[in-house]
Design a binder for this molecule. Structure first.
Ligand code: 5HY
Length: 232
């Protein structure tokens, strides 16, 4: 099985980190191909960056062949519906994967993301997926996406402090980390706080493998029907 993992921002170090997290949980026969577009924003922080990332990301997905599933490795699930129009393979957003898993292991979960400007987009997705009722709160740590790429930064400590507040103030029973760049932090933060801390990249890889094994594919009817050739 071959899973295409697309980081919609153009930061190669983040793509490497995402690829490593995906490979850690992939089954022995699964190949992870982690890529990012050549052009677009270096990080996606809110609605404007999201819009600016779409053309590059859809181009990568549209031009790639030979995969069994696609993972969109941005927690905002950037361009998820549009990407589903390009293939009948399963396309999974890391945000939706983590939310669905969290909803099955905890009564209420909180999300800890990067900047406050990302929060409305994530709340919008939770409403769309019908899972807002299970989310206690979407919190920002005020850690910028690219701070997560600097090993010397105090990003992890600030995220950890926000998790502490989510447990104390929201009564969160699980935490969803709200950025693909946090993929390497979930395990240690879970141990530190003694509750499930979910990273979307690994959740999405698990879900993608399962959907491929079960032969589940994206509908070609209605909203996800392919765009006509002259528009591609
Ligand atoms: C992400 N941005 O997962 C999101 C997180 C955010 O470039 N990769 C990004 O801040 O919305």
């Amino acid at each position: 099985m071959r899973i295409l993992v697309v980081n919609p921002n153009t930061t190669a170090s983040m793509t490497e980190k995402i690829g490593a997290a995906a490979r850690r949980v992939a089954s022995p026969g699964t190949e992870i191909v982690a890529v990012n577009p050549a052009v677009g924003p270096a990080s996606i922080e809110g609605f404007y960056d999201e819009a600016m990332s779409l053309a590059g990301m859809l181009d990568v997905i549209g031009r790639t062949t030979g995969y069994d599933a696609v993972v969109i490795a941005c927690f905002d699930d950037t361009g998820l519906d549009a990407a589903r129009c390009l293939t009948d393979k399963p396309v999974i957003g890391i945000g939706e994967a983590a939310y669905h898993y969290a909803s099955m292991i905890a009564n209420k979960f909180s999300v800890v993301t990067t900047l406050g400007r990302s929060v409305p987009a994530l709340e919008h997705n939770l409403h769309r997926y019908g899972l807002m009722a299970r989310c206690a709160r979407v919190r920002s740590s005020e850690v910028a996406v690219l701070e997560l790429e600097h090993p010397g930064s105090d990003a992890c400590a600030r995220i950890s402090a926000e998790i502490g507040r989510a447990v104390a103030e929201d009564r969160a029973e699980a935490i969803v980390l709200g950025c693909a760049g946090m993929a390497d932090l979930a395990e240690s933060l879970g141990q530190e706080h003694g509750l499930p801390v979910l990273d979307g990249v690994t959740c999405a890889v698990g879900l993608a493998e399962s959907m491929v094994r079960l032969g589940i594919f994206t509908s070609r009817l209605g909203g996800y029907s392919p765009p006509p050739a002259h528009k591609r």
